[in-house]
Ligand binder design. Sequence first.
Ligand code: C2E
Ligand code: MG
Ligand code: MG
Length: 607
Amino acid sequence: MPALEGLIESGEATAQQRAIINKAVQVADVFRFKLFNADAQMVLISDELGKPLEPGAKSDHNGNAQKVLETGNAIIQLNDGTQKQNRPDLYVEAYVPVVSETGAAIGVVEVYVDQTPVSNLFRSNFLELAIALGFVVLASFGVPFAAYIIKMRQQVKTGEKVKLLSSRDQLTGLYNRATFFQKAEEARQLGHLDLKRAAVIFVDLDNLKAINDSFGHKAGDEFLRHVGNAISGLLTADDLAARLGGDEFIILTADRSRIEISELIENLRQTVSLPVRIDGMALTGHLSVGVHVGGHPELTLKDRMHKADIALYQAKLLGRNTWVLFTPELEEKIARRQFVEESIVGGFANDRFEVHYQPLIEQADRRVVGFEALLRLKDGDGNFIPPSEFIPIAEDAGEITKIGTWVLEQAIKTAVTWPERFFVSVNISARQFEDGDLVETVQRLLEASTLAPRRLELEVTENTLIESEEEITDQLVGLSKVGVSLAMDDFGTGYSSLGYLWKYDFHKLKVDRSFIKSLSDKDDKSRHVLDTIISLGHRLEMRVTVEGIETEAQVDALSTLSCDQFQGFYYGVPMPARDLAPFFLEKPNSGLADGILRLEPVKKSSG
Ligand code: C2E
Ligand code: MG
Ligand code: MG
């Protein structure tokens, strides 16, 4: 008790206290707790141990701690976390008083408990459960709360507390996280478990959220039980399994061969995919699984779990409903992906995004007529991460709309400073159509900058149309009405379906650079293909740009084809806006030998 009093006073947890706190947080589904002192000032937050609290973070923002100190009664709230970051969909926030031996309230513990998995059970019992959890935290500090229990006895059903503190997951009957670690350690000490021969299998139910959303939490719970039963049914006495929380399960096999492990996983996947009847409905589900076997003998169970988790992450990236065995290369790949994702998420705060501009050349007079805006992302060392790598990750991470809007804004603001004869072309990701407000965004940005709409071109790829055909049609029409020009980018790399060209009113077709690569004077075939695409574009009243022109030979080979615009390193690499000035000096009909201004020497793309 003096230790806790000291902690409340100083807010500085000793190493031992930190260990206790971390353990307390692992019990059940406590995902965070905070400690307030007798003045209702926050002194500690469990996931920021060792970091000084920011001044603003100290206050008792909703006054609950103060109320608890005054009344001595707990406050328990059930919260919807679906709109908040880093919160479970359903969680409880409980403010429980810390009482001294004399019965005076000397502080408040605020506990956050994840209730997603047990929400139904919880809705009826949350008061008891949350109070019991407050006790878990207090008990971890050795607070003699007998006096407190007496005070609260009317409200707390001891049975619930016992259930909560027991070793099993209430829903599935499997071990819970804490017991899993404990049992694994016991097995290791007794010589039943040699981690070198063990396999860690992470199992994740793919569609729990969909089941919950469509059929209710009761069906979700029922389905989790189905998975739990499937796992239990496949275990031998040497295996250990637990539900780690939410839709995540773990199996630790002591000594199965690789073939046996894959059989176990296949059996499990098959069992789970069988439909179960819940409330008269037949529900099916799928699993994503990540496995770690072998590895360095010194790896701890936690290390191995981390690696199995990486394999699970990869299984999810592959589209779920599959299983992946951990490899060191995978670890590198995922680490790189996480690095890129972090660079993206912190990109604006760290000023890591830039827009570069690549000249677009009119074939008729070989003069620069516009620029394509190409996004650049610097990593911490100042190197550029290529867009082909970071754009798909930004799309997956749900960041692309924000970034894409920023690119649009930059490009428009920049283009308005150019002489009027230049246009700017901006790439739009399929995801940017999802919110349905792209037309308004474009209109708003154009109005704010006074850039004439005809000076803005938007590029979408064919895949964009395939992915979200429904929501896109009206928006493309809307954009056309605003007066911007539409280009189909990378034509020839996707389905190259005539249907899309025909159905939508694109003003321009950009032929992917793979076509120019194989073009040479001697190769008639690729020439015919290119010629056909260009004619097709013209037939459909589109202008045609050929991308990726790198050499004079390619320019020559193109000279007898009737494409309208050129783009490529030969004419200019993507460059920062400040380097574009020489292009603006060029006057129309300037009489330059070939009518274009080239920056020599042409350097490789900054991307
Ligand atoms: P894209 O829209 O087809 O852009 C043209 C790409 O070809 C650019 O690559 C450009 O640097 C490269 N390129 C141009 N001329 C040549 C050449 O002569 N030879 C070769 N080998 N490459 C050339 P970058 O900048 O790496 O961008 C790659 C892709 O990333 C873009 O392809 C576009 O799909 C996407 N992207 C770039 N910026 C954005 C953006 O702001 N938003 C979205 N959604 N996508 C973007
Ligand atoms: Mg493009
Ligand atoms: Mg392209």
